[in-house]
Design a protein around this ligand. Structure first.
Ligand code: AMP
Length: 220
C-alpha cells in the first residue's frame, strides 16, 4: 500500500507512520527525520535544512522534492510518507512522479487535533541530550527535573519545540499544508482520523481507516 500521513505538528504522525510502515511491510519516508539526521551528521543537506527547521519554516520545495524522489527510488511498491507533501506544489510534484512510476497513492490519512492541544503537547516536550529519551513536563516528567532517568544526561527542550516556534509551525500548517485535505478529498483518497487520546486509541482508528481503504482498493 502507498499511504501519505497528513496532520499538524504534534498530531502523532511520526509515531503512527512508523507503526503503520512496520505493519504493512512498507518503506517509511519521513522528511523531518531525514533532515534531523542530516543536521546531526553535519551534511550539506543538514546545513541547508537546519535554519528553516529552527524557525519553524518549510525547507524550499526543490530541496525536499529532490530528496523524496531519491527516497522513492529505494522504496519499492509500498511506502508510508510522513511529513511530505507539505503544500500543493509538493503534492503536485509527488503526483507527477508517482504517475511516471505507475504507483498511485491508495490512501491519504489526515490526523486531526486542535491547535491548543498541539501547543500543550509540543511545548511540554523534553528530550535527553545524551540518549534521546523523550519526556513531557506534564504527562511524563523525569524523576529529577532536568536529569534523565535512563542515563543521568541533561534533559532539555529542542529548539523547534519552543512555544513561539510551535506557533509558527502551526501557522505554516494552516496556510500551506491544510489545503492538501481538499486536494486529496477531490481525488477520492482522503480519510480523516481524530488524533485526541492515547496513542493506542489513535492507532486503532488508523488501522480501521487503512483496513477500509485496502478492502476498497482497486474497486473504482
Ligand atoms: P516534522 O518532523 O515533519 O515536523 O519536520 C520538521 C521540520 O523539517 C519542519 O518544520 C520543516 O522545517 C522541515 N520539513 C519536513 N518536511 C518538510 C517538507 N515536506 N517540506 C518542507 N520542509 C519540511
Amino acid at each position: 500500500m502507498r499511504v501519505v500521513l497528513l496532520g499538524p505538528p504534534g498530531a502523532g504522525k511520526g509515531t503512527q507512520a512508523g507503526r503503520l510502515a512496520d505493519r504493512l511491510g512498507a518503506a517509511l519516508i519521513s522528511t523531518g527525520d531525514i533532515f534531523r539526521r542530516s543536521a546531526d551528521e553535519g551534511t550539506e543537506l543538514g546545513r541547508v535544512a537546519e535554519g528553516y527547521m529552527s524557525r519553524g519554516e518549510l525547507v524550499p520545495d526543490d530541496v525536499v522534492v529532490a530528496m523524496v524522489v531519491e527516497a522513492l527510488e529505494g522504496a519499492g511498491q509500498g511506502f508510508v510518507l510522513d511529513g511530505f507533501p507539505r503544500n500543493i506544489a509538493q503534492a503536485e510534484a509527488l503526483e507527477r512522479r508517482l504517475e511516471e512510476l505507475g504507483l498511485p497513492l491508495d490512501l491519504v490519512l489526515a490526523i486531526l487535533i486542535d491547535d491548543d492541544e498541539v501547543v500543550r503537547r509540543i511545548a511540554g516536550r523534553r528530550v535527553c541530550l545524551s540518549c534521546q529519551t523523550p519526556y513531557h513536563v506534564e504527562t511524563a516528567p523525569p524523576t529529577r527535573e532536568g536529569v534523565c532517568d535512563a542515563c543521568g544526561g541533561r534533559v532539555v527542550q529542542r529548539d523547534d519545540d519552543r512555544e513561539e516556534v510551535v506557533r509558527r509551525r502551526l501557522e505554516v500548517y494552516h496556510a500551506s499544508t491544510k489545503p492538501l485535505i481538499d486536494f486529496y478529498a477531490e481525488r477520492g483518497v482522503l480519510r480523516e482520523v481524530e488524533g485526541f487520546g492515547p496513542q493506542e486509541e489513535v492507532a486503532a482508528r488508523v488501522d480501521e481507516a487503512v483496513g477500509h481503504a485496502s478492502s476498497t482498493a482497486g474497486r473504482g
